[in-house]
Design a protein around this ligand. Structure first.
Ligand code: PLP
Length: 230
């Protein structure tokens, strides 16, 4: 038991390297974000001891608590962010992956400005147009980036998407490729360097890496299945 998280991390790292070698669109550098949502601090400590530095959370309060316990780690906000929790997220997150609407952008700008901080963000794109997912539609992306270009305390570093729920990860490949195409199309416009593509989870991170992911968000493949009833 005590080695299982460390073993899982090295297994995932090996899969990441293999996918980088396979994929013609693969990025030279891929960062593994260990998604520790719902998991206890002992598991975070175990991952840290195994050399894992980046962690992802989808609830602000849980991220704030874990960030305070493990300030040496980098904490990524990957979940839907309520506007009234934006200030806390600005304080605890190294990168917000889930910027998905104008009101949130304006609130984050205000909070980052008040702290004289430059806040790194990714724009979440809802490529599958699933009602259950947040994110802006790709048709809205240029206008949304225009808005963000006018907010001096937000540093847009790239795009994020959540793949569709499919049995075969190959079915998600066209969406991952599409996010890369959107990134390439918008990169360099408006003075924005859109380097990052945050895409890929436990079920599909290898395919996402082959299509150019620079950040993968892997939870259950590292920490085991989540139990939301406890
Ligand atoms: C929970 C979550 C993940 C990790 O999911 P796994 O399937 O456990 O790897 C990745 N991204 C987001 C946005 C999540 O909410």
């Amino acid at each position: 038991m005590s080695n299982s998280i460390a073993e899982a991390i090295s297994r995932v790292q090996a899969e990441i390297r293999a996918a980088q070698q396979r994929g013609s669109h693969a990025a030279a550098e891929v960062t593994l974000i260990a998604v520790s949502k719902t998991k206890p601090q002992e598991m975070v400590a175990e991952a840290l001891a195994a050399g894992q530095l980046h962690f992802g959370e989808n609830k602000v309060q849980e991220m704030v608590t874990k960030q305070a316990a493990f300030p040496q780690a980098s904490w990524h906000m990957i979940g839907h962010l309520q506007t009234n929790k934006a200030a806390k997220a600005v304080d605890a997150a190294c990168l917000i992956h889930s910027l998905d609407r104008p009101e949130l952008a304006l609130e984050l700008e205000k909070r980052a400005a008040a702290r004289s901080r430059l806040l790194p963000v990714l724009v979440q794109v809802n490529l599958a147009k699933e009602d259950s997912k947040s994110g802006i539609y790709e048709e809205e992306l240029p206008d949304f980036l225009d808005l963000l270009a006018g907010l001096p305390h937000l540093q847009v570093q790239g795009l994020m998407t959540i793949g569709p729920a499919v049995d075969d990860a190959e079915e998600a490949r066209p969406l991952f490729a599409r996010l890369r195409e959107l990134r390439d199309r918008e990169d360099g416009k408006r003075g924005m360097r859109l380097h990052h593509l945050s895409m890929g989870m436990s079920g599909d991170y290898q395919v996402a890496i082959e299509e150019g992911a620079t950040l993968v968000r892997v939870g259950s493949a590292i920490f085991g299945a989540r139990n939301y009833n406890v």
